[in-house]
Design a protein around this ligand. Structure first.
Ligand SMILES: C[S@@+](CC[C@H](N)C(=O)[O-])C[C@H]1O[C@@H](n2cnc3c(N)ncnc32)[C@H](O)[C@@H]1O
Length: 186
């Protein structure tokens, strides 16, 4: 690699780090535990298929971003849904998206810290968070109603082995999807 090429790579790396830092403390001033990166729509479709969502489900997306998972499930499968995000801009975007998709009567978006949220009514939970956040959520996820499905984009949940792992490639990038079902109580 030539010196100019190396400089370009270093500059790109610094830009990526700055972007991540901005995402963690966005202009709304709220401290995020994970930056905003949306799941590609093709991956959303696969997550909903893996979770076998249906009209009887209540889907929670913890850290919902622009609401695409909750809105997509309501549009395609008639699912009721709740999106939780600590960033008010994301909640505003998601609420607007639900209105324009015509599903505002089936979904709600709440500006809340996902760690302070009661999501015990969920029958499906979706996650696109860092591994350490998934690990912190594990006790609450494991205590959900038996049969509740959990689908995570890219990351595992501590030492809980997933029952299925799939991969979806979008624009050359590989996405890992992991599925768990809450087991019956002993
Ligand atoms: C990687 S994005 C995922 C967005 C969406 N779930 C998706 O898959 O398209 C993570 C989201 O979590 C939100 N977030 C970060 N920390 C949070 C917290 N403590 N409570 C609630 N939301 C949080 C961010 O604002 C961001 O929208």
């Amino acid at each position: 690699m030539s010196l100019p090429q190396a400089r370009v790579r270093v500059a790109a790396g610094v830009a990526a780090l700055l972007l991540a830092a901005c995402s963690i403390l966005p202009s709304s001033g709220v401290k995020l535990d994970a930056p905003y990166v949306s799941t590609p729509y093709e991956v959303v479709d696969e997550m909903l298929r893996m979770a076998r969502v249906g009209p009887g489900d209540v889907l929670y997306d913890l850290g919902c971003g622009d609401g695409r998972i909750v809105v997509g499930a309501a549009q395609r499968y008639g699912t009721r849904g709740v999106g939780i995000d600590i960033d008010p801009r994301r909640v505003a975007e998601a609420t607007a998206a639900a209105r324009s998709a015509g599903v505002a009567d089936r979904v709600r978006f709440l500006q809340q810290d996902l760690f302070a949220t009661d999501f015990s009514e969920a029958t499906v939970v979706t996650l696109y968070l860092f591994p350490e956040l998934n690990a912190r959520l594990k006790p609450k996820l494991f205590a959900l109603k038996p049969g509740t499905r959990i689908v995570s984009h890219d990351f595992g949940i501590d030492d809980w082995p997933p029952e299925r792992v799939e991969r979806v490639t979008v624009n050359g990038a590989s996405h890992q999807l992991l599925l768990w079902t809450v087991p019956p109580r002993r």
